[in-house]
Design a protein around this ligand. Sequence first.
Ligand code: NAD
Length: 359
Amino acid sequence: MSKKNILILPGDEVGPEITTEVIKILDFLNESKMTDISYEFGDIGGASLDKYNKPITDDTLERARKSDAVLLASVGTPKYDNNTRELKPEYGLLVLRKYLNLFINIRPIFVFNTLLDFSSIKAELINDLDIVIIRELIGDVYFGEPRGFKDINGDRVGYNTMLYSESEVQRITKFAIDISLKRKKRITSIDKANVLECSQLWRQTVDRLMNDHTNIDLEHMYVDNAAMQIIKNPKQFDVILTPNLFGDILSDAASMLTGSIGLLPSASLSDSTGMFEPIHGSAPDIAGQGVANPIAMILSLGMMFEYTFHRQDLAKIIKKSVDDVLQSGYFTKDLSQDDFITTSEMGDKVLESIKNHVK
Ligand code: NAD
């Protein structure tokens, strides 16, 4: 692997704690010459507001653009809850996603078999679960204009615009098709076409593209039904193709199938770069206590190897090492309230396991 450079954005609250655990692994891989990745750090969210009074600076955006990939931990802190939108920590993340044109978000939903009993869902419904959620990431109501607050007849209203163009739907659908062809050739496309024009356009566009792929099973599902089906019978899904807002909600619901939100990574891709981050937020309720689960962050590093550096070997080793540690009965507090190891101990255990796999 030729020399690569990545930007690491630890962000807020538990972000720096889980980042430390990933760096241990990255340092080991570099020292053992399995990779040649230099890394630098940047600020985002509250960490950036503290220093620059902006949730992300032009300099950080530029450094993200120039790097081969971005590894981000989590953004958000109650300290800035009352800020206006553009001075909220989370705004920095939206700006970064848009700046890097990260229109594809990949969220694998899988269950480590050791953790079958940790899910609130019956084991037989989730054993060998393997779903991938393909979420459009830089459109929809999060970015649609106009938006804002105004007065209507003396009544204050807040409003947003749910908006998709055909080209936006096409490019994410094409990606879902490509992924689906490497999997079970089954796509469930999510919308609310019974009431929303935006969803009708989504559905028509997906249908048009799928006409050329009759070898793929396509099902359209309303988002409210999907929320129910994902809990009732999750294994019916293979690739879930979803707009931004519905995907945001469905993927958090799906994460609960796996036992803890602290376990799941994600990848966000453009045509030319990638950003990798846990699906969870900054968990202010547990920050600074050494109890955050670093596994989602560690698996995000694995996704970086898979999608940006095409090192499936390393991605597999990382996932297998996490699995081994869990099988050995080591859990962080989100999984085992009474008998748990700390964030740092979990990072050490996974590193130890990686070392055993590469011996
Ligand atoms: P959250 O994901 O931070 O936390 C939800 C629950 O899950 C909390 O009880 C938390 O303790 C737990 N949790 C999350 N990650 C964990 C981990 N690694 N280990 C153990 N437990 C974990 O969601 P929230 O509480 O709704 O949001 C907190 C902040 O994070 C807010 O400011 C929100 O805007 C932000 N947020 C950021 C992102 C992101 O950075 N991509 C995503 C979602 C929320």
